[in-house]
Design a protein around this ligand. Structure first.
Ligand code: RB5
Length: 312
C-alpha cells in the first residue's frame, strides 16, 4: 500500500512541517509505506522550519532541520492521493487554485486534518468536546503553545496511521505449517498473529505427529504461489529443510531468517513470500520479533524488482 499524503498550512514552517514529520515517524514505526510531504498556501519557497517547530519535534527524536518550505501549486493537487489542510481557510484556498470545473473532483481528496483524523476513531480524544475543526497557528507564540499544537497534530496523525495499519493487517492472510520439530514454535506464532488480529490458517502439524517437512513445504508453497494467501510461514527444526523444499515450488521465494534485519530485508529487497524459521534454533521472543519484522516490511520494487525478475 503506497499512499501519497500532502499536509498544507500557510507558511509551511510550523503546522504542516510537524504533521509531515510526525506521519513519517509513525508510519516508519508501523512499517507502512507512505510518501509524505507538506506545502503552504502562502509560503515562500526555501524557508527553514521555525525554531520552536524544530525544538518540539526534536523532543520526540525527530530531526526536521533539513526541511525547506514549499509553496502550494495546483500540480501538487494532482500528485497526491490525500491532501490534509490544517484549517477551513486553507481548504478553500486550495480549491481556489483550480478552475471551477475541477473543484468538485479535487474536493474528494481534500479533508481538514482533524475531520479526517476523527473519522478513524483512533485519535484517542473525546469527540463530544471537539467543536474546533481548525488547527490554530502557533506562529509567534510560546514553546508551550507549540507543544500543544504538536500533540494535537500527533493525535490525529497517529490515529490515521493506526487506521491504515489495521486495514493492511486485515487484508493480510497468512498460512503457517510446521513439522513435529517446529510444532511448539508454530503454536506460539499462531497465538501471536491472532493477538495482532491477523488472519492465519494453521495447516498443522498437530501435537506429537511426526511428519516429513517437504510435504508441508510443498502444500504451503503452492498455496502462496497460487495467491491463496498473502504470505506463508514454515517452521521445522532448523528451518533449513523447509526453505530448501519450499524454494522448489515455482513462484516461492522462501527466506530462512534468524534475525530481524534479514527478515525485513527478505521482504524489502527479495520480495520473499515465505518465512522459514528454526524451532530448535530461535527462541520464542526473537521468533515473534522476526515474524513482526517480516510482516511489517514491504517490497521496495525498483532495481530489486529487476533482480527478483531474473530469479523467476
Ligand atoms: C526433524 O528432525 C528435522 O530434521 C527437521 O525438522 C528440520 O530441521 C529439517 O531441516
Amino acid at each position: 500500500m503506497t499512499k501519497a499524503v500532502l499536509f498544507v498550512c500557510t507558511g509551511n514552517t510550523c503546522r504542516s512541517v510537524m504533521a509531515e514529520h510526525l506521519m513519517r515517524h509513525y508510519a516508519q514505526e508501523a512499517g507502512l509505506d507512505i510518501d509524505v510531504a507538506s506545502a503552504g498556501v502562502g509560503a515562500f519557497s526555501g524557508d527553514e522550519a521555525t525554531e520552536h517547530t524544530l525544538t518540539v519535534l526534536a523532543e520526540m527524536g525527530i530531526d526536521a532541520s533539513q526541511h525547506r518550505s514549499r509553496r502550494m501549486h495546483p500540480l501538487l493537487l494532482e500528485e497526491f492521493d490525500l491532501i490534509l489542510p490544517m484549517t477551513e481557510s486553507h481548504r478553500r484556498a486550495l480549491l481556489d487554485l483550480l478552475p471551477e470545473r475541477e473543484r468538485e473532483a479535487a474536493a474528494e481528496k481534500i479533508f481538514l486534518l482533524k475531520e479526517y483524523g476523527k473519522r478513524t476513531g483512533f485519535q484517542g480524544q473525546d469527540l463530544k468536546d471537539e467543536i474546533e475543526k481548525d488547527i490554530q497557528d502557533p506562529f509567534g507564540q510560546s514553546l508551550e503553545v507549540y507543544r500543544r499544537t504538536r500533540d494535537e497534530i500527533a493525535a490525529e496523525v497517529k490515529g490515521i496511521v493506526k487506521e491504515w495499519t489495521v486495514k493492511k493487517e486485515k487484508a493480510m492472510k497468512i498460512v503457517i505449517g510446521s513439522d513435529h520439530a517446529g510444532f511448539q514454535a508454530k503454536q506460539g506464532i499462531v497465538e501471536h498473529l491472532q493477538e495482532r488480529g491477523i488472519a492465519v490458517a494453521d495447516w498443522g502439524t498437530s501435537e506429537g505427529e511426526s511428519c516429513d517437512y517437504p510435504d508441508m513445504a510443498q502444500r504451503v508453497g503452492r498455496a502462496v504461489a497460487d495467491g491463496e494467501f498473502t504470505l506463508g510461514i514454515l517452521i521445522c527444526g532448523t528451518g533449513i529443510g523447509m526453505s530448501i523444499a519450499a524454494n522448489k515450488v515455482p513462484g516461492v521465494r522462501a527466506a530462512l531468517c534468524g534475525d530481524t534485519f534479514s527478515a525485513r530485508m527478505a521482504r524489502m529487497h527479495n520480495d520473499s513470500n515465505i518465512l522459514c524459521l528454526g524451532g530448535r534454533v530461535t527462541g520464542p521472543g526473537l521468533m515473534r520479533d522476526i515474524v513482526d519484522a517480516y510482516l511489517n516490511a514491504e517490497f521496495e520494487g525498483g532495481r530489486h524488482a529487476r533482480r527478483v525478475g531474473k530469479i523467476e
